[in-house]
Design a binder for this molecule. Structure first.
Ligand code: AMP
Length: 543
């Protein structure tokens, strides 16, 4: 027997409908690259999102499922696109602005983006590749200064685009399982793969992440969005915030410690989110300059890479700021687990509490995790048995966009994360390693396989392997382990970089090389990265 409740689809547009009805005067603040401050209300956001939808429908006859790209920093216009594009029935495809031009070209062509909304300051990246993007019909330029010029074809100013659009149209009707947004994630082979979020998955993630045990969002909060909006929709934080009537603060490109701290102070942000690299930098500056009693930040969400326990402890001890450690992936919308203390931990010492908070944490509702050992056995939750982390749930990927990848799923349908770890008796996940051949630096991926293939194409190189080495600021950096064809030859860093640069973003280039006689191999002849990591840790790789 079915329940007798109304069938109201869970759509992301219902989030802004609610925000507009209940919190129309709540503020959204953007601090632009030149430090200009822009403020408007939820009611303004609502109307301008409607204009976006109307302009897309009227001027481009956008159809359900069309891909519309964004290439932008964190600001209110980007938020308008979070609602306006799905409001037209289309998919908001946020493109990572840190990728190389060849990676961006691949992503836009793979997604078949019809229109790209792009910040004026970021247009040079697309001017280089526009001729290679046959599906893109127009570029809508955001935040263009007076006299701005671009060689992009069919460039339209954002404000002109929405100027005569209606702000009261009905959102296009969609099913809650229809796609509303897409982000690409690095594939181990170097080809990024699309992850397509549904209205329903986004809505449920926003609601659950707002609960006190998890993201802990309320109408009292002023949240500074420190995760780029192209990164899993800023971890879904803006959607949850609008549901809760939170003041949202967007820092545009100001993600470096000093300006970020200025924004925290000036805008009285009591919460924020960001990757460990950001928090490492912020801690260093706060420690040097000191923190006044009125420093507003009380709590922040950190994830995307492992947050060192000492840093969690230092934020707490030195400034009374709570770092909430979370684990997740682009494929999990992103949050899968999150670490908060439970009442039974109240009597523990401070250092024992930090140890727990530094774990990746417990499953959030709607997500289940399990550890599967190398022998295919589901591990007990004993905090000792190590295996691959597999995950399933309402906002977990069931298939990549346009890609069949059985290897990413277990036979019974769980997503294989490529992360390795344990789960303890209390259900806390601890990540101990990674099986996927990727390096995470400052929250951004570097494909070691793609680097290896590229380095081996250099005539002087006989064999090359790339491993992740620990780095205090960036969490990990790539180390190139190289065997030269001719032992007596040499290869300088500049030479290697100029060879690699056309295909990689700058941050993806290794700045350390180890020259060795032979790369260690496994019994089946694969590069033995575990062994190379061991050699590096023991100082035997000569770097
Ligand atoms: P992305 O898809 O870019 O969000 O990256 C997801 C991956 O980042 C995960 O599979 C992990 O390898 C890593 N990751 C995310 N959060 C954490 C964390 N809290 N601790 C350790 N690794 C993490």
């Amino acid at each position: 027997m079915q329940g007798l409740m109304m069938h109201c689809p869970l759509t992301v547009t219902s989030i802004i409908d609610h925000g507009n009805r209940v919190f129309p005067k709540k503020e959204i603040i953007s601090i632009f690259p030149d430090k200009t401050r822009h403020v408007y209300t939820y009611a303004d956001l609502y109307k301008r999102s409607k204009k976006i939808a109307d302009a897309l429908l009227g001027k481009f006859q956008v159809k359900p499922g069309d891909m519309i790209g964004t290439y932008a920093w964190n600001h209110h216009q980007h938020l308008e696109l979070y609602f306006g594009i799905p409001g037209a029935g289309a998919v908001c495809h946020t493109i990572n602005i840190r990728l190389s031009s060849s990676q961006t070209e691949f992503i836009v062509n793979n997604a078949e983006d019809r229109i790209i909304f792009i910040d004026a300051i970021l247009t040079p990246a697309f001017e280089n590749i526009a001729a290679l993007l046959p599906t893109v019909e127009a570029y809508i330029i955001m935040n263009a200064p007076k006299g701005f010029k671009t060689s992009l074809p069919n460039a339209i100013d954002y404000e002109d685009f929405i100027a005569d659009a209606a702000d009261n149209i009905d959102w296009v009707t969609v099913d809650e399982n229809d796609a509303c947004a897409m982000c690409y994630t690095s594939g181990t082979t170097g080809l990024p793969k699309g992850v397509l979020y549904s209205h329903r998955s986004t809505w449920l993630h926003a609601v659950i992440m707002s609960l006190p045990n998890y993201g802990n969002t309320s109408t009292e909060d002023r949240i500074l969005v420190g995760v780029p909006q192209f990164h899993v929709m800023a971890w879904g934080i803006p959607y949850g915030a609008v549901l809760c009537g939170t003041v949202l603060i967007f820092p545009s490109c100001h993600l470096h410690p000093e300006p970020f701290i200025d924004i925290i102070i000036n805008e009285k942000a009591n919460k924020a989110n960001g990757v460990p690299t950001i928090w490492q930098g912020i801690y260093t500056v706060l420690k040097k300059n000191g923190v006044s009693d009125s420093f507003p930040l009380k709590e922040f969400l950190v994830g995307g890479a492992s947050m060192p326990p000492t840093l969690i402890g230092n934020f707490q001890k030195d400034f009374g700021i709570k770092a909430i450690h979370a684990w997740g992936m682009t494929e999990t919308s992103p949050v899968g687990t999150l670490s908060r203390l439970q009442p039974q931990h109240a009597s523990l010492s401070d250092s024992e509490k930090i140890k727990i908070r530094a774990l990746q944490g417990q499953e959030v509702p709607c997500v289940e995790i399990r550890i599967v050992t190398e022998n295919g056995i589901i591990a007990p939750r004993d905090g000792k048995t190590v295996g691959e982390i597999q995950v399933k749930g309402v906002w977990v990927i069931s298939s990549y966009f346009k890609t069949i990848s059985h290897e990413n799923f277990s036979e019974d349908g769980w997503f294989k994360t490529g992360d390795v770890g344990t789960i303890n008796e209390e259900g806390y996940l601890k990540i101990t390693d990674r099986t996927k051949d990727l390096i995470k630096s400052g929250g951004e991926w570097i494909s070691s396989v793609a680097l290896e293939v590229a380095i081996m194409a250099y005539p002087k190189v006989k064999e090359a392997s790339v491993i992740a080495i620990p780095d205090e600021l960036w969490t990990e950096r790539p180390l190139a382990v190289i065997v030269l064809r001719d032992e007596n030859d040499s290869l300088s860093m500049d030479e290697l970089h100029s060879f690699l640069l056309p295909s990689f973003a700058k941050y993806q280039l290794p700045e350390k090389i180890s020259f060795i006689k032979e790369i260690p191999k496994t019994s089946v002849g694969k590069f033995d990265k575990k062994e190379m990591r061991r050699l590096y840790a023991e100082g035997k790789l000569g770097v």
